[in-house]
Design a protein around this ligand. Structure first.
Ligand SMILES: Cc1cc2nc3c(=O)[nH]c(=O)nc-3n(C[C@H](O)[C@H](O)[C@H](O)COP(=O)(O)OP(=O)(O)OC[C@H]3O[C@@H](n4cnc5c(N)ncnc54)[C@H](O)[C@@H]3O)c2cc1C
Ligand code: SF4
Length: 806
């Protein structure tokens, strides 16, 4: 069957969300290609504020990882900006020379930050707050510089300012008006907000008009129209956004403020649609995700030729994501002659709530200090509830203070009421998913329904719905952690079922154990693949599709889309001829950077994907598993052969260990080191397994980590001979392989399980023998993946495929 070709321009929140809806409605209707200017897979832009504030890591905010695109057969072109559309021939062109044809084209190019055209605005240190790159620039600047100015006292500016405070910068917020967030808050709430943020350490320069950015190459300060100057090493402009419409405009698609769309998100050109911040619908351009997701749902149905109601616009609402400050605003917020207000203002408790009513219906609300009513009020606005029929002030009564528990209030909510506003998930949908799919955690619900997946503001409410459905069982369920949101089974239960039912493929596990998502997700697929490989080393055929991109391609993908190659040098030892070969290959393929790694290996960075097989062939050295959840390197010191202090031959020990255990998969990456004496020059104390030479023997340390979670290793045992080092190493690795959760580093595992427990198991010689026997079987079936790729033309073709798609 010929599939229709669907192209999405813009790999952001609205566009990809629409693709998710399309995949749900018609998984086999389209061949999909996505273009994104940024080098990342789709991520949650909303949570950049949390990354900046240190509450999340960039990796935590990825919504759909590289695996997701591959699993759904989507061709993803990151780092590619679409520059031209031929609407007659149905082709799009990128700045990187890619040409793609389409039957249907969705434009979801988002917005561009509005930059004030002040003199000096092009200086180093003047940035916006829009994407991962901006976020990284701020984090980096905070390491070197002290003073930051945020221009703009709106939602984005305040979130940026809070993040910079967390990064220990001194932060001043410059605002042209007298009130912060003047587009969402009335003066009372605005002043309460300012006081709260001042208490947190933010400085405010209100009613200030910026005139010039000072400095030579880098910014040093900001001068205002009144002649005053404020020093700064970093300036964030957060003064607004403008729809990114250039691509549409230059290619004959009707544009006003945004790309003009009708109620079905169709543009002025047939088969070209627009969704998200770049689109203008009935004169409105939205800058928050909830409306964009609503648009995406309608567009998905339209494109899949399903019946759909038209999109008629959205009610917008805002929550500020600054810890310690609860602010909510929806619809109208300023009193006007034809509205009446219901207010609660408790200056002692710092609580202010106001709802505006016109014709007996709620038309807007501002909540400060307690936003627990927000979902309910929003629902009243959507349902156009008549407030004359209820005791009016009860609209603003906190259920807890009114003697009704939050739980009871949730239980009293109707099934239609929306719990997650960003994603439009109702209580009924969540309850149904809990009951029908056996969900037992907020994470499960997030994975299955999308609730709490965006701003996360509704997490508590989702937890209350869960509790209201499961009762006591929710507590028990909370203690049992499912391996991902596709199942309610824990790792132990899954492993027991695999063993008992002798399940041998990922698909089989999902089918037999009733996974709620047929294809699983990027969390469970690699985990199951690992468990199956570990349990049935001889039987289970490694499923490449269930591995993360680095492991699938056997090379480490870098942030610009190139790869790195790390030839294996056992124990960190190399030879002049190997070095010569590495240098020649690096020269021939113009490798932009050759670097020595922390693990004593040579890294060839910036390799093009299509060059990988040729490089591996010409190097003729096994490549190191520099990226995988496997044994990485065994770092060594010079040891007794050369060192004046060395008591043991650490180099040979390191080489022997690395040769024996190379390629073995482990639940997480596994690093080792061998030092020739307690001076520990190979840093054996911060490795997953570190060996230290002592007089007359060796010490073995485990659970060490030099990474984010810095941890000194624990002494597992002291042994006398090299054979015993090997025996204990094999036994420890296999015990970890069999018992840790997939993704769990030894530093966490040793702490979770307890060193004494591990020692107790491994002290028994018979157990050590059996563990070694099992790891030996696993090692005996491993092959050199690079050799396979070099020798097998079919596999090689995957790498050499040219990126031009006509
Ligand atoms: C720090 C921050 C905090 C926020 N907080 C909230 C919040 O709490 N609540 C809320 O509802 N909203 C929030 N937002 C707004 C929300 O993130 C946006 O409304 C949403 O991301 C818009 O989705 P989009 O797909 O239209 O655009 P985007 O997510 O911006 O995606 C557009 C993508 O298209 C790419 N692109 C553009 N042109 C091209 C081209 N020609 N070729 C290829 N790719 C192209 C861009 O690089 C970009 O990655 C926040 C935004 C930021 C920056
Ligand atoms: S650890 Fe001991 S043997 Fe190894 S290099 Fe350092 S001092 Fe020498």
């Amino acid at each position: 069957m010929n599939l229709r070709k669907l192209v999405l321009v813009g790999n952001g929140m609205a566009g990809v969300r629409c693709i998710e809806e399309i995949l749900k409605l018609a998984p086999n209707r389209f061949e999909i290609a996505i273009f994104g200017s940024e080098p990342h897979p789709n991520y949650n832009r909303i949570l950049l504020s949390s990354v900046l504030a240190g509450d999340a890591d960039i990796r935590d905010i990825v919504l759909n990882d590289w695996n997701w695109y591959e699993q759904n057969g989507i061709k993803l072109h990151t780092g590619q900006t679409v520059t031209k559309i031929d609407t007659e021939k149905h082709l799009v062109y990128t700045d990187g020379g890619i040409v793609e044809s389409y039957d249907d084209l969705i434009l979801a190019t988002g917005s561009l930050p509005f930059m004030l055209s002040l003199p000096g605005a092009d200086k180093e240190g003047v940035i916006a707050f829009r994407d991962i790159k901006d976020c990284e620039t701020m984090i980096e600047a905070s390491r070197k510089y002290k003073k930051a100015i945020v221009i703009g006292g709106g939602l984005l500016g305040l979130e940026a300012a809070r993040g910079l405070l967390n990064l220990s910068m001194e932060v001043s917020v410059v605002h042209i008006f007298d009130n912060l967030m003047e587009r969402q808050l009335d003066p009372v709430a605005s002043k309460m907000l300012q006081r709260e943020l001042e208490a947190q350490g933010m400085r405010f320069l209100m009613e200030k008009h910026s005139e010039e950015i000072l400095g030579d190459r880098r910014v040093t300060g900001l001068r205002f129209k009144d002649g005053t100057v404020e020093e700064a090493d970093l300036i964030i402009m957060a003064v607004g956004i403008k729809p990114n419409v250039a691509l549409a405009k230059e290619n004959g698609i009707e544009v006003n403020r945004g790309i003009v769309v009708n109620d079905f998100l169709e543009t002025s050109v047939p088969n070209v649609y627009a969704v998200g911040e770049c689109a203008e619908h009935r004169g409105m351009v939205y800058g928050l995700v909830a409306p964009l997701f609503e648009q995406g749902q309608v567009l998905a149905k339209r494109i899949c030729k399903r019946e759909t109601d038209p999109y008629e616009g959205s009610i917008v609402y805002t929550k500020l994501k600054v810890s310690g400050v609860d602010v909510f605003s929806a619809g109208e917020f300023m009193d006007s002659p034809d509205t009446r207000a219901i207010r609660v203002h408790d200056e002692f408790a710092g609580i202010y709530k106001k709802i505006l009513v016109r014709d007996n219906k709620v038309v807007g609300a501002v909540l400060f200090g307690d936003t627990s009513d927000s979902t309910r009020i929003l629902q009243m606005m959507k349902n156009e509830t008549n407030v004359m029929e209820i005791k009016r002030v009860s609209v603003l009564e906190n259920p807890d203070s009114a003697g009704v528990s939050g739980m009871a209030a949730v239980a009293a909510m109707s099934d239609e009421e929306i719990i997650c506003g960003c994603n439009g998930v109702s209580k009924g949908t969540i309850v149904q998913a809990i009951q029908e799919k056996g969900l037992c955690s907020v994470e499960d619900i997030k994975g299955c329904t999308g609730a709490s997946r965006s701003c996360g503001g509704c997490k508590q409410l989702v937890a209350q719905v869960l509790e209201s459905v499961l009762g006591d069982k929710a507590q028990i369920a909370a203690q049992k952690e499912p391996i991902c949101s596709c199942t309610s089974l824990s790792r132990e239960e899954v492993l027991a079922e695999i063993k008992e039912k002798h399940l041998t493929t990922v698909k089989e596990v999902m089918y037999v154990l009733g996974w709620n998502q047929e294809e699983g997700c990027s969390k469970c697929r690699p985990a199951l693949n690992y468990y199956l490989n570990m349990l049935w080393p001889e039987e289970h055929e490694d499923e490449r599709a269930s591995r993360f991109v680095n492991e699938r391609l056997h090379a480490n993908i870098q942030k610009d889309g190139t790869y790195s190659v790390v030839p294996r040098m056992y124990g960190g030892v190399t030879s002049p001829s190997e070095l010569k070969r590495i240098a020649e290959v690096a020269e021939k393929y113009q490798v932009p950077m050759v670097k020595v790694t922390g693990g004593q290996r040579i890294d060839l960075l910036g390799v093009k994907k299509e060059d990988l097989p040729k490089i591996w062939a010409e190097l003729d050295m096994p490549s190191g598993f520099a990226y995988g959840k496997a044994l990485r390197t065994v770092k060594t010191c010079v040891g007794s052969d050369f060192c004046r202090f060395g008591t043991q031959n650490s180099i040979q020990m390191g080489i022997d260990i690395e040769k024996k255990f190379e390629r073995i998969n482990t639940p997480a990456k596994f690093k080792m080191a061998v030092s020739g004496c307690p001076r520990n020059c190979a840093e054996s104390g911060i490795k997953d397994l570190g060996v230290v030479g002592i007089d007359g023997g060796w010490e073995i340390y485990v659970g060490g980590n030099g990474g984010v979670h810095l941890r000194a290793g624990d002494l597992l045992c002291k042994v006398k001979t090299e054979e015993e080092v090997m025996e204990w190493t094999g036994a420890f690795m296999q015990y970890y392989r069999e018992n840790a959760n997939y993704g769990e580093r030894t530093s966490y595992w040793v702490e979770r399980v307890g060193l004494a427990n591990i020692q107790k198991v491994l002290e028994d010689p018979e157990t050590r023998r059996q563990l070694n026997e099992r790891i030996d079987v696993a090692l005996s079936v491993l092959k050199d993946p690079w050799k396979e790729i070099v020798q097998n033309e079919e596999v090689r073709a995957v790498y050499e495929e040219l990126p031009v798609l006509a």
